[in-house]
Write a protein that binds this ligand. Structure first.
Ligand code: FAD
Length: 393
């Protein structure tokens, strides 16, 4: 062990290597609350240090776990006696190209920090997960994250021009097509930077709130508005969630527009209502519903899925406009979760719409997806030094 530390300190400097009990404990978890085991934590400051680390890890057969903000909900950066590489010290904005509306950033940059910086240029990066105050560019690329406005802006992969990644041979690659890296959950290499597309800040935002007693009426209403290009978000919460939030027990739809079509025009009121929706996660969590799922359901099957949730009294909210839901369970409700996954598959949906597979959903990933990841693993990390045991065994 002391040999490892000595070698890592030579690469990163003593101040950027830790085996303190506090750090080891903190880095053994992510937001999924799964616990692993950290061997050592390192904080690289540049690509060369990471390349040196990889050379060393290849020789010593060590497992490297890339980590961003640690907000992942599937245990994707939970280590297994691994070296945890926290890229948060590589967090610079290298260049903003106003003419091309693009920005070159390092992977450890936090999404909110990027958008705060872009405000003065009237631009923004539109992938804004609810965790945007903590999650990082590398993390959202690795999970191909979505935000509440995914119905309008899509997922992270749509906003990537280039990714810089160090692979399992220690090569520093610039990749123009994001398809293979977006959603690869840290098993192919360490993302160190990216060129991102930007868009103009939303000048106008209005909101309509609708309530329903009946699932069919709710789904008809979603169907009616779903093709409208001026809609930037369609958010939802169910009856049981409303009861927990002390709101009238009904289904709620929040529809945000980028023009005057919404009934509520006053921006403070709009933000207040959207913050109420965003606050539902922590509120439900405080009632012991701490397990978060993220199934994606085909739009024509929404009523079947919502009926099942209601019959089982499961609190739920989510991005109904793109069919992604966040049903919440108590830790002892494993059987119900398995039942839900069976239903999701039967309805032709997918068990993870945005959080990824990590450790939590390995049992539920299909063989076609595993085959694809195995091919990518061979291409980028043939000696398997990154994030062993994640996505598939
Ligand atoms: C309160 C809360 C709200 C959330 N809301 C949303 C939401 O609205 N939409 C959504 O999609 N997700 C959401 N999430 C899930 C989570 O925030 C996202 O998955 C996010 O993209 C993770 O980013 P991170 O920087 O925290 O990554 P981490 O949790 O640190 O890591 C996640 C995965 O990415 C890999 N990784 C991280 N950095 C790198 C890197 N530099 N190179 C290679 N691999 C890397 C890790 O190995 C791991 O597999 C939420 C989570 C919480 C706790």
């Amino acid at each position: 062990m002391s040999d490892i530390i000595k070698n890592l300190e030579e690469i990163f400097g003593t101040e950027n290597v830790s085996v303190s009990e506090v750090d080891k404990l903190m880095y053994s978890f992510d937001a999924s609350q799964r616990e692993g085991k950290t061997q050592v934590v390192v904080w690289p400051k540049n690509a060369l240090q990471i390349q040196e680390l990889i050379k060393y890890a290849l020789n010593a057969n060590l497992d490297i776990v890339p980590r961003g903000g640690g907000t992942g909900l599937v245990g994707g950066c939970v280590p297994n006696n691994s070296i945890v590489v926290d890229v948060s010290k590589m967090n610079k904005i290298e260049n903003i190209n106003l003419k091309e509306k693009e920005v070159l950033v390092q992977a450890g940059l936090v999404i909110k920090d990027l958008n705060d910086e872009l405000k003065e240029h009237n631009l923004f990066f539109p992938i804004i997960p609810s965790s945007h105050k903590i999650c990082q560019i590398g993390g959202i690329i690795a999970t191909n994250a979505a935000g509440i406005r995914a119905i309008h802006y899509g997922k992270t992969d749509k906003w990537i021009k280039e990714i810089q990644i160090i692979n399992g041979n220690g090569d520093n690659l610039t990749i123009k097509d994001p398809t293979e890296i977006c959603g690869s959950e840290g098993i192919l290499g360490i993302i160190i930077g990216a060129k991102l597309k930007l868009t103009d800040i939303l000048e106008k935002r209005t909101l309509t709130v609708k309530t329903f007693d009946d699932i069919d009426r709710l789904c008809e209403s979603v169907e009616k508005v779903a093709g409208n290009k001026n809609i930037t978000a369609i958010e939802f919460f169910g009856k049981h969630t409303a009861e927990i939030a002390d709101i009238k027990s009904q289904y709620h739809l929040f529809i945000e527009y980028n023009n005057d079509d919404g009934e509520i025009k006053e921006i403070n009121k709009i933000n207040e209502l959207l913050n109420l929706r965003k606050g539902l996660g922590p509120l439900i969590g405080s009632k012991k519903y701490t397990v978060v799922e993220d199934p994606k359901i085909p739009m024509n099957k929404l009523p079947d899925f919502l009926r099942w949730l209601e019959e089982n009294k499961i609190p739920v909210f989510g991005h109904i406009g793109i069919g992604i839901f966040h049903p919440r369970f108590k830790p002892d409700q494993d059987k119900l979760i398995i039942e839900m996954f069976e239903l999701v598959k039967k309805l032709g949906g997918c068990v993870s719409g945005e959080h990824g597979i990590g450790l939590a959903k390995k049992k539920n990933i299909n063989s076609k997806a595993i085959e694809r990841f195995k091919i990518l693993k061979k291409k980028y990390d043939p000696k398997n030094i990154f994030n062993r045991g994640k996505i598939y065994d």
